[in-house]
Write a protein that binds this ligand. Sequence first.
Ligand code: PBG
Length: 334
Amino acid sequence: MTNSRDAHGGFPAVRARRLRATPAWRRLTAETRLHAADLVLPMFVREGTTQPLPISSMPGIHQHSLDSLRAELNRAAGAGIGGVMLFGVPEHKDATGSGATDPDGILNVATRIAAEEVGDSLVVQTDLCLDEFTDHGHCGVLDPHGGVDNDATLERYREMALVQADSGSQLVGLSGMMDGQTAAVRDALDSAGFAGTATLAYAAKYASAFYGPFREAVQSSLQGDRRTYQLDPANRREGLREAALDIAEGADIVMVKPAMSYLDVLADTAALSPVPVWAYQVSGEYAMIEAAAAHGWIDRERAIDESLTSIRRAGADAILTYWAVEAAERWSRA
Ligand code: PBG
């Protein structure tokens, strides 16, 4: 025990403030640092548009055209971030999400462009899920009773994985929360000669209200919710179990999502995982900070950096964030 008074009766004996006294001290003693290389930018690419279209609930973020995608990819590479995660917004949706496995579907076209433009400097990643492509908006195909059919969905994911890998995706993001999806996709990739394509398992993906703005971003037609496949926000142990299952199924990286409301799950997973642990700072987390800052209620840049620092401090090796490029460019000027 430390006495709060020193030997001569003076106090306090311990002065923790010494190491916080100047910017130089604080810089030298910081435990967590932010690097551009640890950020991944999620990007939306919309079929049939020649102009980038703003997403109203995500100020500053657009649904890209193929031209604006090219420009933004090159900006991202110039900023020195680690990678991009592509999402497709197709013109036509149907019950099985057939656009997802069409080599000329928007996500696969965008992937080929990304691989060609920045495939040497960024890790090109693709969302492997059906919700952007289905007319009912669920992450899988439906059974005759309207439930999401796990095993029929796995067959679709296997087909998607092959088209995405063939288009140049280096890391497929398994975000659908179907049981066995990592093993199913790994097997499909290995059997088709894509052993080098990595898998990112959205291991602990919660049924979250913070995905709200994303639904606008991909023009989701979802009625109802995803609670039969995404995790209950009440459950911490279950998040760890999902991460363990995905690691056992061969996931190269596991993800916790959303980030800020799930820092406990992130810290637990980071403590146990033998593979990298990433976190996704989702659309609603972005929108909350942007909206409060637009009102002048918080300091925007400080809030962004504090949120990213918290996620790193909790144990994320890399972060998917819509601020990736902006933050990287700002840090390089600082
Ligand atoms: C599923 C997917 C979602 C997000 C990423 N991948 C939506 C969902 O599961 O409901 C949300 C990302 C965000 O909110 O930023 N394809």
